[in-house]
Design a protein around this ligand. Sequence first.
Ligand code: PLP
Length: 363
Amino acid sequence: MTIFEDVESEVRSYCRNWPVVFDTAKGARLWDTDGNSYLDFFAGAGALNYGHNPEPLKRKLLEYLSRDGITHGLDMYTTAKGEFLKTFREKILGPRGLDYKVQFPGPTGANAVESALKLARKITGKEAMVNFTNAFHGMTLGALSVTGNSMKRGGAGIPLVHSTPMPFDNYFDGKVPDFLWFEKVLTDTGSSLNEPAAVIVETVQGEGGINPARIEWLQGLADLCKRHDILLIVDDVQMGVGRTGPFFSFEAAGIEPDIVTISKSISGYGLPMALVLIKPEHDVWGPGEHNGTFRGHNPAFVTGTEAIHQFWSDDIERGLLMETSGPQSEVMKILAPLTITDDELDEGLAIVAESVKAVTSGG
Ligand code: PLP
């Protein structure tokens, strides 16, 4: 019997699928104690979107630790937190025309979801929620109450109430018009539906089976919420931070949720961290109303800031205007004026080469 089987609780889960002892990891590979290497197609359940131990983030983290930067600081003002907030506003929110206040709940996705649900209830003064079939939002009681999976719900040990499930996109294989049931029960005073404070949705259901919602379905949902005065919460814990391409998974739909939950890859290094993004007019929290000891882990701020600089900074920064094309925007399209001089051409191509190098080396 190993130390793990001997001492660790039966609640262990992922380790049962991979019964080896892992020791080191880099990029998309892990190594066990016998030196066997494994390709990682799981990436920390979405917490390692930039791979294991990305070099530029590791450098920043080591620098920070070696100068005795604050590690634990409750929610005190720290340079690391200030830098993160500034960078997040300048490089993520600003370029997307988004205006959100940033809340640091506890460091997990479930913490962010709990906080989002509480806040929606406080904003609206209503108790009821709407969730979707096959949704997954975490393992704490509030998060479980909006989660579909019956085994996970069963673990709660108490009735999970205050939420009504609606069919996610394509639940009826396209046979039923979108939101037919949802609109009907909202408008029928005989339906017995409690007026919902908010709808919570994943744009792509990760744990529920990789079910993507169509853009028009998400737009329809945002429109329905607006018409019926229901807050829209997008749970981007798993699909945010680039998992579907853009930073926020809802960008392609052009919708602006009232509240967004983010976690998993936001620190960029697998360090625990979560955010709740709140439209400023909805930031009705009182001081300490959703408190906690680990809300803003400073090393995670450091790596999170560097991840944004490395992977999400504006590409025209290097002084070259260029387009991409192809189904995944994977082709660089050089469409310089035909009258460009040889020197200008050399200058531009050097910038392209520099940019490609920066992206591929993470530097
Ligand atoms: N929300 C979504 C969409 C998730 O996929 C998950 C976890 O997989 C969570 C919330 C819960 O996050 P955590 O496991 O960090 O509590």
